[in-house]
Ligand binder design. Structure first.
Ligand SMILES: [Zn+2]
Length: 118
């Protein structure tokens, strides 16, 4: 492997390791709102809504879903939403490295993560 390629591949490997560390990653947005419950006779249906309650908004098949977040999970979920931004930034940087390798004719699909650095 030439020196230029080695440098880029090593940088890429570091970025991918950071990406692997983002275990809480959640592609969604966090929101808090007041809500009504399923009990028909509850005061929440007469204007005394519950909350604010936490939700994470995700998209599935083009549909928005609001998933309730229990209070003791809020900090982890919020961290996971931030990790999604970090993941996007890391992917942008990996993309730039791969494009640089491609321009040099060095983008090698036969290389897997385990082989890099050899
Ligand atoms: Zn209620």
């Amino acid at each position: 492997m030439n020196a230029k390629k080695q440098k880029l591949v090593t940088r890429r490997q570091r970025l991918l390791q950071k990406l692997a560390g983002l275990s809480l990653v959640t592609h969604g947005s966090y929101l808090e709102r007041f809500s009504t419950c399923a009990r028909k006779n509850c005061d929440c249906h007469k204007g005394k809504k519950h909350g604010p309650r936490a939700y994470v908004v995700v998209y599935r098949n083009g549909q928005q879903r609001q998933v309730y977040v229990p209070q003791d999970q809020v900090a982890a979920v919020r961290k996971g939403v931030r990790q999604h931004e970090q993941a996007l930034e890391l992917l942008r940087q990996v993309t730039d490295i791969n494009l640089a390798l491609m321009r040099e004719g060095l983008l090698d699909e036969s290389l897997t993560a385990g082989q890099e650095g050899e």
